[in-house]
Design a protein around this ligand. Sequence first.
Ligand SMILES: [Zn+2]
Length: 150
Amino acid sequence: MASRRCPICGRQFVPRPQVQHQKICSWPACQRERKRCWQQAKRQTDPTYKAGQKGHAKSWAEQNPNYSRNYRAKNPDYVERNRAQQKIRNAKRRDTPIAKMDVSRPESLVPSGIYRLTPVDASKIAKMDVWIVEINLISCGSDQPGNKTD
Ligand SMILES: [Zn+2]
């Protein structure tokens, strides 16, 4: 039988004759990922399945109330790695442009003052004019159009 490339791990594999149209290799990590993707799609398309999964997770959590706390206590490496990854996720979220950022976070605006303005590619050009400009914050109150009032 001709070999195929697993889209998850990228390795070549020979499909098992018992599995018709096998697309994912038999490596346990790839099979877990295949199942995770299948469950994710199933939850999005099948409300009954989603409710069942939610109920199952809830009852399991009730039967194992301190599971997460105990797991973190036993696995300090996991805690450290998760903390580092969370910092990265937080930084990414902060860097994501938000449509109304200037409205919802007025403190992020350029403060009033006198600025030296130079074109970005000033290093490429031998002689470049520099502008001295004054920027004044005229309004950052709740009277701006499109401002969220809550
Ligand atoms: Zn694979």
